[in-house]
Write a protein that binds this ligand. Structure first.
Ligand code: FES
Length: 608
């Protein structure tokens, strides 16, 4: 069921937005780029985010009574981070965050530095007979004075007596939210790190972030150690079906990959695991299940129900992840069984839901994950594309490694772009496949149904002799021993047809056409390498001007970094599942009907 959106207006800025019921005034303002003042990041402890409710009702919560004077409450002042929107509202904002420290992320996003992990240095008053407060109370009082709540676990408590006395009560408290992660001797505020992980089925990327400056300290990637159990999520799930030990085996494989990435990150940046307090992890739903050792098998059968889709916080020690032993792992939520936290991170990074622009974000892979919408309304779905884009089930297909053709240009001769530069072509990867098929169409060597021509059909074409026969099947010779067969083209047609249909179904639900789209964003490790023109020529994406088709790189990794650097942005990510409607394509008759109609390639005049 679609929730009715509520309208909120912020004065004196005269900015209005529409949000789902239950959103806080603080979050809604943030979504439209009004950073209401705060030092606690929306936890209700700093009192800086107060706004005056002019229209609508927000009940005063416990935190309001703690932070505001009774007269202020009577006058309509509320903590915006505690005030949930349940009707149309107008409020006055007295103070925006002044000169926020910010970091520029990939995709040009400016992110206000507001990490969940914060360090506060104290020169505490030493105990005396007149002041016999406990170590914990002494620290808690100092933190309260600075506007921080604090909860301490016994493992940190055990360290207090020694650290306090060795450091003459000059200590740094490390807080993750309200949780006391560590107390360190002296002023260690300069050394504060977190790590963002994008756990892909194939590749795992880790970025060590300096949480004080917002800069990346080091970045590295490696193959997911689960690869021996199968190349795709279905084979990993199948292996997991062998029982709890098999699931544990898959969990250990990914954690040991993450630990090897961490070791490299620490070495490159010259820092220690003890200075790294938090890991934000994104990945598809299967990857996150396996990371946490949860059985993903229900994902592979109807009705595709995962064990969890929510954001989870897990002790790093429990997982065996090599960051600070009292640090923790934070995952982002998923939108559906096949639209995971990696897509939520992508939406966060690209800001699809921040503006009025109508955009479609597509992550092209074995599944095409699609998010279509704007700040007004957004939909998401996953279209099963099969392995063609990954180079599988393509006669000369290969992964995007050295020797793979990644770009093709057909003119009087065949021009190839090969990964590794001046090396012989060994095969063709996904982006090369899309390019090759688009170029065959543009060169008139293939018709719009996807049928390769025979040399006799185009006798004067300079590339007619490249149209060959392989084992009785039509093919096009790209390089010595590397060719594209008629069957490969059919595989690509099914893959692109599925994604194009997914986009069309979402556009139909929103009642928009390609002409209404402001931008098409191509994400994911494959989408980023796609030639936008070719994606359009084959009809993978809607026919918009090519300069509106934008490759957005590793948007999942960017989103994980943003969530690491900004508690507010993290909250936005947590709220995305309630703001984006998930559309299941299986069993939809409009999907089946449209699929047939988009299998062919568009007429050239519609793509120019
Ligand atoms: S009390 Fe700090 S942001 Fe609301």
């Amino acid at each position: 069921m679609i929730q009715r959106k509520l309208e909120v207006t912020y004065v004196p800025f005269d900015r209005t937005t529409r949000v789902p019921p239950g959103t806080t005034l603080f979050s809604a303002a943030h979504w439209i780029g009004l950073p209401i003042d705060s030092t606690c990041g929306g936890r209700g402890t700093c009192g800086k985010c107060k706004v005056r409710v002019i229209k609508g009702i927000a009940d005063a919560e416990t935190a309001d009574h703690r932070q505001l004077r009774p007269q202020e409450i009577a006058d309509g002042w509320r903590l915006s981070c505690q005030a949930h929107i349940h009707e149309d509202m107008t409020c006055e904002v007295p103070q925006l965050l002044r000169v926020p420290k910010a970091a520029t992320m990939g995709l040009g996003r400016l992110v206000i530095l507001d990490p969940n992990v914060r360090k506060v240095y104290f020169e505490l008053k030493e105990p005396s007979l007149e002041d016999q407060r406990s170590d914990l109370a002494r620290l808690k009082d100092a933190l309260t004075e600075e506007g921080h709540d604090m909860v301490a676990g016994v493992s940190v408590l055990r360290t207090l007596p020694q650290v306090f006395r060795e450091a003459n009560f000059r200590v740094t408290a490390v807080l993750a939210g309200e949780r006391l992660v560590a107390v360190e001797a002296g002023d260690t505020t300069e050394q504060c790190y977190g790590v963002a992980f994008d756990v892909g089925t194939t590749t795992l990327v880790g970025t060590l972030m300096n949480l004080r400056t917002g800069m990346a300290a080091s970045v590295t990637s490696t193959l997911n150690g689960q690869a021996p159990f199968g190349a795709d999520v279905i084979s990993r799930i199948s292996h997991g079906m062998n029982g709890p030990e098999a699931i544990h085996e898959l969990q250990l494989a990914v954690i040991s990959t993450m630990n090897s990435v961490l070791a490299e990150l620490y070495r490159d940046a010259g820092i220690s695991p003890m200075q790294t307090y938090e890991a934000v992890v994104v990945g598809n739903v299967t990857m996150l299940h396996l990371l946490l050792g949860v059985d993903p098998s229900p994902l592979s059968m109807m009705p595709f129900t995962p064990a969890f889709m929510d954001e989870l916080t897990v002790d790093a020690g429990e997982l065996g992840l090599h960051i600070h032993p009292h640090g923790y792992v934070q995952t982002l939520p998923a939108l559906g069984a096949y639209v995971g936290a990696d897509i939520v991170a992508g939406v966060l990074a690209t800001g699809v839901l921040r503006e009025d622009k109508l955009r479609v974000f597509v992550d092209v892979g074995t599944n095409g994950e699609i998010v279509l919408g704007s700040a007004e309304r957004a939909l998401a779905t996953a279209a099963p594309a099969g392995p063609a884009f990954e180079g599988s089930q393509i006669k000369c297909g290969m992964r995007a490694t050295v020797g793979a053709i990644e770009g093709v240009q057909l003119g009087d001769r065949v021009e190839l772009q090969i990964i590794g530069g001046d090396v012989p072509a060994e095969g063709i990867c996904g982006s090369g496949l899309v390019d090759a098929v688009a170029q065959l169409l543009l060169a008139g060597l293939m018709d719009h149904s996807g049928r390769l021509k025979l040399p006799g059909d185009v006798p004067d074409h300079p590339l007619a002799d490249r149209l060959i026969d392989i084992d009785g099947m039509r093919a096009f010779l790209l390089a010595d021993g590397v060719f594209l067969t008629q069957r490969d083209i059919r595989e690509l047609q099914f893959a692109k047809g599925s994604i194009a249909t997914g986009i069309k179904v979402l556009m139909d639900i929103l009642r928009v056409t390609a002409g209404d789209l402001d931008e098409v964003l191509l994400g994911g490790s494959f989408g980023s390498y796609l030639n936008p023109e070719s994606a359009k020529v084959i009809g993978l994406v809607p026919p918009v001007d090519v300069d509106r088709i934008i490759a957005v790189g590793n948007s999942a990794g960017e989103g994980a970094k943003i969530a690491l650097l900004s508690y507010r942005e993290r909250q936005v990510a947590f709220e995305l599942p309630s703001r984006i409607e998930y559309v299941e394509l299986s069993g939809r008759t409009d999907f089946n009907d449209s699929f047939i109609s988009v299998l062919g390639f568009p007429q050239l005049e519609t793509v120019s």
